[in-house]
Design a protein around this ligand. Structure first.
Ligand SMILES: Cc1ncc(COP(=O)(O)O)c(C=O)c1O
Length: 265
């Protein structure tokens, strides 16, 4: 799809909710060889929300702009809606500043305060989110009532992530987001979609809610929640898929909570 008319290449990695990875350095290198539109090669823009700058540095990998929903990990406490764009390109920064000034797309001072305060603990929180994500993904992988686990840190076994080597290369740690599909069956002989719903309603510590990246763990069923609007499109996700945002609670509490929900569903 890249040609001389391409102005922008925009992607997220890991993706929401499948946690697929895009090789940022490879894309940046490929885009660097595209014939320039109006004398400029396309801008490479990475949505770095799922990894955060503590785990992944797209600009160091060759991207022009790295942006975040700071609603998520950057602020980290589910108490602001805001966004951040970072660039090492002076011309892009100047253009964004002009547009913000002209159109008024600026965050409020209190949202900035919350994001800046969140940043102070970002590195610590991301270490814990990733440790909990790893523990949860391993627990899910070991269960025979789970059909599929997707987590960039799973390098081996039945549920190994197909891009685990890339995750290892491009991310400092695999992050706190885990997706899985339960098997059909369970105690009440439910379909996989029924079990997904039952699991998400049976957790006590994982709150049933959208959004992600906060200190508290969240669970959701993307097909009927965050991704309901893409039903019927190529981006549609199965109604049996469950997405977890692993918070910073004690790992044992999270494992016990999700374990009992799976047992009951
Ligand atoms: C990867 C990603 N990018 C951007 C956004 C948009 O963020 P906001 O809710 O701050 O508008 C989201 C929100 O779900 C997201 O998951």
């Amino acid at each position: 799809a890249l040609n001389e008319r391409t102005r922008l290449v925009w992607f997220e990695t890991p993706t929401n909710p499948w946690l697929k990875l895009v090789d940022v350095a490879m894309v940046a290198d490929t885009v660097g060889h595209v014939p320039a539109a109006r004398g400029e090669r396309p801008l490479v823009v990475v949505d770095n929300t799922f990894a955060s700058p503590a785990l992944q540095r797209p600009i160091h990998l060759g991207a022009d702009v790295s942006f975040h929903s700071s609603t998520k990990y950057l602020a980290g406490h589910s108490d602001t809606v805001s966004g951040v764009a970072a660039t090492n390109r002076g011309d892009v920064a100047e253009r964004l500043r002009f547009l913000q000034n002209a159109m008024g797309a600026v965050p409020g001072p209190f949202d900035c305060f919350l994001a800046l305060r969140g940043l102070r603990t970002l590195a610590l929180r991301m270490d814990r989110h990733a440790a909990n994500g790893t523990a949860i993904a391993s627990m899910l992988s070991a269960r025979d009532d789970v059909e599929l686990v997707r987590y960039p840190g799973l390098a081996e076994g039945r549920h190994a992530h197909p891009q685990a080597a890339l995750a290892d290369r491009q991310m400092r740690l695999p992050g706190g987001m885990v997706s899985f599909i339960p098997s059909a069956g369970g105690r009440s002989h439910r379909s996989a979609a029924e079990r997904a719903r039952a699991i998400s309603e049976a957790t006590r510590i994982f709150a049933l809610a959208e959004s992600l990246g906060g200190v508290e763990s969240l669970i959701e069923v993307p097909a009927v929640m965050t991704h309901a609007s893409v039903a019927g499109s190529p981006l549609e996700v199965p109604d049996s898929l469950v997405r977890l945002s692993c918070g910073i609670e004690a790992a044992d509490d999270l494992l016990a909570d999700l374990g009992q929900a799976l047992d009951r569903a």
